[in-house]
Ligand binder design. Structure first.
Ligand SMILES: Cc1ncc(COP(=O)(O)O)c(C=O)c1O
Length: 374
């Protein structure tokens, strides 16, 4: 019999938001709205779609293994050297590469409770020690994290804005945190939602930092609407990026993803529409949740974290929403058992979601014997 290592036996696999076709099969519903995976409600960048169509006839060829054109496009766009950039099939795969490249047995990998599930899954997959500092008012507790650095700490993972809370830390907070991190500890700053946050004047843009122990992650899955293609990239010091190239699978991101990403970077108009729709959708949601008395966390991203009185309440709300064709994300597996995450949608999707939640919320309050003034 093949012996399965203990850490793999115990591993909880990444659980994504429920796919639309799965719910359609299960419930036979005619209308389904998914606001569970922080995807772009506008669809993919039209320029990316055009580029994919043009590249279809090249699919019999292996793609350029160093993603030369894409890496150079990113370097030009962000004023970096190509040798400071590595691209991959989504930033989730970069997390895996970073952990497997830089960590060794007995190292501690430090982060917050209540952050991106992909980080936890990747840490546990290799059997490393995960140290998780509680959130403070749904924010990363940067002081708490710095206080937990030990001689064994190898990597610190931060997401700004954080998923699933949507909260961000400021430039001052980040600067003072960095000043407490020894040079032997790698800081990974995941900026998956940066496009939504960069209008805040105190948002720290990771690309403006040049540090020997800092890697920044970006993705095209969210604001560029390319989640299904799988494409992300990392910036960091040449000597660290060079090591990641040793680990990276040679032909990722795939050819279509590379071509689409190059085109998407020119689609400023699409990004503008994306940010504007996000603002409008979230504003409408916030107004309604305030009316209903549903607690929510102030967000700098493209989603809102809703807080309910108990895990059971959040579980029930999620199930009731699914029954009515609305897919949300119960974020228990992220470490927030009484939280549900909802991302922005088209205005029609937003209206549908608010209608569904309004319909079931009061009945659930009654079921859980919670008075409205609580
Ligand atoms: C903070 C954060 N990082 C990374 C990812 C993964 O992005 P990708 O689709 O590029 O793997 C997500 C997706 O939800 C995320 O929220």
């Amino acid at each position: 019999m093949i012996k399965i290592p203990k850490h793999i036996q115990n591993l909880q696999p990444y659980k994504a938001g429920k796919p639309i076709d799965e719910l359609a099969r299960e419930k036979k519903l005619s209308k389904i709205v998914k606001l569970a995976s922080n995807e772009n409600p506008l669809g993919p960048s039209p320029k990316a779609v055009e580029a994919i169509k043009k590249s279809l006839s090249e699919l019999h060829r292996y793609t350029n293994p160093s993603a030369y054109k894409l890496v150079n496009t990113i370097a030009n766009k962000y004023n970096k050297k190509p040798s400071e950039i590595v691209t991959s099939s989504g930033s989730d795969s970069l997390l895996q590469y970073i952990i497997s490249t830089f960590s060794e047995k007995d190292d501690e990998l430090l982060t917050s409770k209540g952050t991106f599930i992909g980080w936890y899954v990747n840490v546990h997959k290799y059997g490393f020690n995960s140290i998780e500092v509680p959130l403070k008012y749904y924010h990363f507790d940067l002081d708490g994290i710095a206080n937990n650095i030990t001689l064994k700490t190898k990597i610190i993972y931060l997401a700004n804005p954080n998923n699933p809370t949507g909260t961000m830390f400021t430039k001052n907070e980040f600067d003072s945190f960095l000043s407490r991190v020894p040079g032997s500890v790698l800081v990974v700053l995941d900026e998956a939602y940066t496009v939504y946050a960069e209008s805040y004047p105190d948002y720290p843009n990771g690309l403006e930092y040049e540090k020997d122990n800092l890697i920044i992650l970006r993705t095209l899955s969210k604001s560029y609407g390319l989640a299904g293609l799988r494409i992300g990239f990392a910036f960091g010091p040449e000597n660290l990026i060079k090591e990641l190239y040793k680990i990276k699978l040679p032909f990722e991101p795939n050819h279509l993803a590379q071509e689409a990403a190059i085109a998407a970077f020119e689609d400023d108009e699409f990004l503008k529409r994306t940010v504007e729709l996000n603002r409008k959708s979230l504003a409408k949601m916030i107004q309604k949740f305030n009316e209903l008395g549903i607690e929510h966390v102030s967000t700098a991203a493209n989603f809102l974290l809703l807080i309910f009185p108990s895990e059971e309440f959040a579980f029930d709300l999620n199930v009731e929403c699914l029954n009515k064709g609305l897919i949300l994300r119960h974020v228990k597996s992220f470490g927030i058992p009484n939280g549900i995450r909802i991302n922005s949608g088209t205005m029609e999707e937003t209206d549908f979601a608010l209608e569904v939640i309004s319909e079931i919320y009061y009945a659930l309050l009654e079921k859980h014997k919670i008075s409205v003034n609580n």
